[in-house]
Ligand binder design. Sequence first.
Ligand code: 4FV
Length: 247
Amino acid sequence: MRVQVLTIFPELFEPFLSTSLVGRAVEKGLLEVRVHDLRSFTEDRHRSVDDEPYGGGGGMVMTAPPWIRAVRTVSGEGRPWRVLLSPQGARLDEAKVRELAARDDLVLLCGRYEGIDERVRLTVVDEEVSIGDYVLSGGELPAMVLIEALSRQVPGVVKLADSVENDSFRAGLLDHPHYTRPPVVEDLAVPEVLTSGDHAAIRRWREREALRATLAKRPDLLAGPEALARLTREQRRVLEEVQRDEK
Ligand code: 4FV
């Protein structure tokens, strides 16, 4: 998978791209990430990337020509999918991550200031993605969130392939509780089934607790026929039991 990033703060990505899972994925060549400084696509001696908004009003707007030049240059002969990180975008979720991972060649545009001249969207942006309904000062952190989520979709990046399989949201459910040593913490013991060695019972317990956690914390993920359709018959049976218990 190749991801190219356009930003006026390329240095923000250095530690992220050389640390932990993403760092190893880049090192192993499983993920190619190229970060470009937008200012290297300016033509004026001040390397300016922003200007005052037409129509007045506070703040500065990022000017279009450097973006258009940058996207077309880094696209080369290819036709990468161009994603602008912005609050106006579709909300990033597991399904969107998988959709973007399948495109395999992405250019991420990281805005700053009040925003970007609309003609960038109209000319060199295929889609907008938001990481949430709040306003940040830049698209760099959203781009890192997306790159980290994408990296987990690349085969070989997450050692235990099944841990990606069991990732929350993959089956539309939250994760089950996790426990490790010591066996007792603050007089709270580990559920016995987890030290029973009975793996079928452990799998049933984890499925039930994932349903219970989802029902308690994210009932919206279980709401509606399509959500229930994603569950197995066994999961639906257990969900009814859990709903009865919770009453
Ligand atoms: C954002 C978000 C976000 C808006 C103006 C950058 C900022 C500034 N991006 N999800 N939420 N972007 O707040 O993706 O240019």
